[in-house]
Design a protein around this ligand. Structure first.
Ligand SMILES: Nc1ncnc2c1ncn2[C@@H]1O[C@H](COP(=O)(O)OP(=O)(O)O)[C@@H](O)[C@H]1O
Ligand code: SF4
Ligand SMILES: [Mg+2]
Length: 320
């Protein structure tokens, strides 16, 4: 049984002018303990919406979302409480997620106390120290009595991670966690997240619009490419990146100059609105390889093109 499994997940938002607008359009994903799926896609494609649903911070309208085999929308009060402890989210902005009036120690001690993870002060102190070491805020004595204002963006994000880890989570949604911190600090923070995965066995849904970071974090794991609320390609990261199949994957790799995919460009720069999703394949008006008569009429589904590699495009046939 997968730790997290979604099938045909749908999310719509209600808009007074346009009515219900579907943002997530039938998403399938499955994730085991200690695994990472990295979701890449341009801004506005629905990554955060997907992350929030998986972290239990937003509802879904259709499809199935199983956590440890149980439908999340049907959990009882007790199960929901356990789910909300097991599943955590690290947000984009470390400046908003920390209380400016609390010292680092108190910020990490509070959830430990709330969840009754320490019975006395010595145990509480030891756990805070361990968590600070785990997220690389060492020497610990340099950080324990600091306020957020005395910390850099990267250090604040490390405090946010320590707080999340205090819950002993099994699955963490990491949403653009390095986009607001200094470029030079990004890789070391991602390295810390990888070390945490090795030590604690957590699973990650790592969300980014930055393909270079996605490539770094997803290496050896899986990469999913999202366009207009759908996954268009998913597979082993290094294979998807070195031999992208879907025209959209090729285009974003070429545009980001992440891999050598020479001269591959989509037609027009405008991403269609969710209110006017093109018929058939939603990339068809922009796709340089579109097959006239087919792509604008028939919606492709995710097909397995080789072992654990799926592409949603009429150019590829299901492997038998
Ligand atoms: N609470 C909301 N109400 C209405 N529309 C929303 C809401 N949250 C997100 N959206 C819309 O959903 C789309 C995807 O947003 P988001 O998930 O934040 O994308 P990403 O994280 O990939 O940039 C956008 O068009 C956004 O305007
Ligand atoms: S289905 Fe057609 S339009 Fe869509 S990505 Fe493939 S070739 Fe392009
Ligand atoms: Mg986002």
């Amino acid at each position: 049984m997968a730790l997290v499994e979604i099938r045909g997940l749908v999310k719509s938002f209600h808009n007074r002018k346009s009515g219900d607008v579907q943002i997530l359009r039938s998403i399938d994903l499955a994730l085991d303990a200690s695994q990472t799926i990295c979701v890449v896609g341009e801004s506005g494609c629905g990554k955060t919406t997907l992350g929030k649903i998986l972290a239990g911070l937003q509802t879904y309208n259709g499809g199935s979302f199983l956590y440890k085999g149980q439908e999340v929308s049907k959990l009882d009060k007790q199960q929901w409480k356990a789910f909300r402890t097991d599943v955590q989210m690290i947000h984009q902005n470390p400046y908003e997620s920390l209380n400016p009036t609390q010292m680092v120690f108190d910020m990490i001690a509070a959830p430990l106390k709330r969840h009754k993870k320490a019975t006395n002060f010595t145990s509480l102190y030891e756990q805070v120290i361990k968590l600070l070491e785990m997220v690389g805020l060492t020497p610990v004595e340099d950080f324990i009595d600091k306020y957020p204002a005395n910390l850099s963006g990267g250090q604040r994000q490390r405090v946010s991670i320590a707080r999340v880890l205090s819950m002993d989570p099994k699955f963490i949604v990491v949403d653009e966690a390095t986009s607001m911190i200094d470029t030079s600090m990004r890789i070391s923070l991602l390295q810390t997240l990888k070390e945490i995965q090795e030590k604690m066995g957590v699973a990650y849904l790592y969300i980014t619009h930055d393909l270079a970071l996605g490539r770094y974090f997803a290496w050896g794991q899986r990469l999913a490419v999202m366009y207009l609320g759908q996954i268009v390609e998913i597979g082993p990261a290094e294979r998807v990146l070195s031999d992208p199949h879907h025209p959209y994957t090729k285009a974003i790799l070429a545009a980001g100059k992440v891999e050598e995919v020479d001269g591959y460009e989509l037609k027009g720069v405008e991403i269609p609105s969710f209110r006017h999703i093109p018929s058939g394949c939603s990339l068809s008006p922009r796709c340089p390889q579109a097959i006239a008569g087919l792509c604008e009429n028939v919606t492709p589904t995710l097909r397995t093109v080789s072992d654990s590699w799926q592409v949603s495009c009429h150019l590829y046939q299901e492997q038998s």
